[in-house]
Design a protein around this ligand. Structure first.
Ligand code: GSH
Length: 202
């Protein structure tokens, strides 16, 4: 019997992060593709945001809490480095991605290009220098290591990938060409079955 459930529509970058984590751990789960801010979603997450997660009777929301729980509660490869410094670097990147990269690249670029928000070119124009600054910082790190916190992929990479996957689909994808290490990282991530298997139908 499947007693693991993930709630949230698969287009969400955060839902995809959780799906990558579940796939990496080899956890079988049921996906309920609820839209945000619906009664169904609010029943499992009082914020109405996606995703939420259930393991038996245990319900959880906020993607980082969900992915950490998945790592701790299930067998399978570790999703976080065991080395204290690498783990701190992973957490630094997750914080940075959630606080800065997601708001700029998703809310100020992708949502307009995907016509989820009515087009406002001035917001996109203002976001481009910020996105460039973020890509430059990622480039500097990925010049020195294959993944964000060392030689193996970890949760930080799973938070970033869905965002950059969308950036690769909009006209601002041209920005990525200036960052070869970021582009090479993105291609490496796309070799993972957890990443290809969680791609939303667009
Ligand atoms: N802090 C939340 C953020 C989740 C989030 O922003 N999800 C987006 C979809 S990617 C959402 O539900 N947006 C709808 C809204 O903000 O009303 C988490 O880490 O799970």
């Amino acid at each position: 019997m499947i007693n693991v459930a993930l709630y949230g529509f698969p287009l969400s970058t955060y839902v995809r992060t959780a799906r990558i984590a579940l796939a990496e751990k080899g956890v079988t789960y049921e996906l309920f593709p609820f839209e945000p801010n619906t009664p169904d979603m609010q029943a499992v997450n009082p914020t109405g945001k996606v995703p939420a997660f259930k393991h038996g009777d245990f319900t959880l929301y906020e993607t980082l809490a969900i992915t950490n729980y998945i790592d701790d509660a299930f067998d399978g490869p570790a999703l976080q480095p065991s080395d204290a410094k690498q783990r701190a670097v992973m957490n630094q990147w997750i914080s940075y991605i959630n606080a800065y990269v997601f708001p700029v690249m998703v809310h100020e670029i992708v949502l307009f290009r995907f016509e989820i928000l009515p087009m406002d070119q001035s917001v996109i124009d203002a976001a481009i220098p910020k996105a460039n600054e973020q890509l430059a910082l990622l480039e500097k790190t990925l010049n020195n290591s294959d993944y964000l916190a060392g030689d193996s992929a970890c949760l930080a990479d799973y938070f970033l990938y869905p965002i950059l996957a969308y950036m690769g689909m909009v006209p601002e994808a041209s920005l990525l060409a200036d960052y070869p290490s970021v582009s090479a990282w993105k291609a490496r991530m796309e070799e993972k079955s957890s990443v290809t298997g969680s791609a939303p139908a667009l």
